[in-house]
Design a protein around this ligand. Sequence first.
Ligand SMILES: [Zn+2]
Ligand SMILES: [Zn+2]
Length: 107
Amino acid sequence: MKLFYKRIRVDAETLRFYAECPICGKKQYGARIPLICRNVRTLARCADGRANKLSQSAFNHAKVKATQQLALRFNQCRHCYQWVCDDCYDNTDALGACRDCFQKNER
Ligand SMILES: [Zn+2]
Ligand SMILES: [Zn+2]
């Protein structure tokens, strides 16, 4: 989960947190950015962890929520440990594998 938390990004246009599948590049959107963090400069500072206490804690809280939400729509490959979307994940592998690793194992 900690690894996945680092993959959560901020989309300044939709003002939502999102995660991107490293294989197909598809984005999945999660929780909204808190109101007090939406100012462009505040948002940039929040993303860097340099905002004022109030904004930063609201931001961190929302990010944890987004991580939990988005983790349900992603799967961690047991071979390379990257987080991929449902389309890029193969459950027929004994442990669960992403499309890259599944193809490697088949050869
Ligand atoms: Zn994918
Ligand atoms: Zn993999």
